[in-house]
Design a protein around this ligand. Structure first.
Ligand code: ADP
Ligand code: MG
Length: 216
């Protein structure tokens, strides 16, 4: 499903550098990558999703190698085929929950009735339907995080990358989000990659790797 090999990356400004010899995620696998704050987890997710470009190495999804795509087609691939839950949620604050979920597919012409139904089902599960018409800027951090998680799944991506997806949640809400993400990966035989510093999350994954063991 996903294979990354021999990744080398250094920020143009700053000292931080990352080398990852190999990371492979199989279809249907939920992988947890655990590491402390500042270790480079967000940087790794940005490399795996083509937001950042490594100075060396390859990231491949099935037959598609990110390095062979142009900037435009890589962006398109990310929007259409990958699901991302960003650490800062990356919501459009001046839009409603509904528009945050459906706008990407409205714009690309891919919005179907099935997707609208699925959006409501996912929000129902996350107990977010009462907020359907509200602006995301008026929501709590935990509510915003659940909108970001819901959005990552709607277009049926082949892999979902989630950056600390339960950081603003506790207890039952954390479980709801993790159950939703892990059920989706099993039901559709896709891949889920979650980075977190929360040790409590481990039970949700098929495989847990320590971030420092991934590094060269
Ligand atoms: P984590 O997600 O594990 O907390 P990050 O990947 O966000 O770690 O950051 C790893 C390191 O890279 C940190 O030292 C951070 O300061 C640095 N860093 C993050 N973004 C940038 C950037 N845009 N330019 C320079 N350095 C950065
Ligand atoms: Mg981070």
């Amino acid at each position: 499903m996903l294979s990354a090999r021999d990744l080398h990356f250094r920020y143009a400004s700053g000292e931080f550098a990352l080398a990852i010899p190999e990371l492979i995620v199989k279809p249907g696998e939920a992988l947890g990558i655990m590491g402390p704050s500042g270790a480079g987890k967000t940087t790794l997710l940005k490399l795996l999703t083509g937001i950042l470009t490594p100075q060396r190495g390859t990231v491949q999804f099935g037959e598609t190698s990110l390095s062979t795509l142009t900037e435009t087609t890589r962006r398109e691939f990310r929007l259409r085929r990958l699901g991302l839950v960003f650490q800062d949620f990356a919501l459009l604050d001046y839009l409603s929950v509904e528009d945050n979920l459906l706008l990407p597919m409205r714009l690309s012409g891919g919005l179907t009735e099935d997707i609208q139904t699925k959006a409501q089902q996912v929000l129902e599960r996350l107990e977010m339907m009462p907020h359907w018409k509200r602006l995301t800027s008026d929501l709590s951090q935990g509510e915003r995080q659940r909108v970001a998680v819901a959005r990552s799944l709607l277009h049926e991506p082949l892999a979902v990358f989630a950056d600390e997806p339960t950081s603003s949640l506790d207890g039952a809400r954390k479980d709801e989000v993790m159950a939703l993400l892990t059920e989706d990966v099993k039901a559709r035989n896709t891949a889920l990659i979650v980075v977190t510093h929360d040790g409590e999350m481990q039970r949700w994954f098929d495989r847990v790797v320590d971030f420092k063991d991934l590094r060269a």
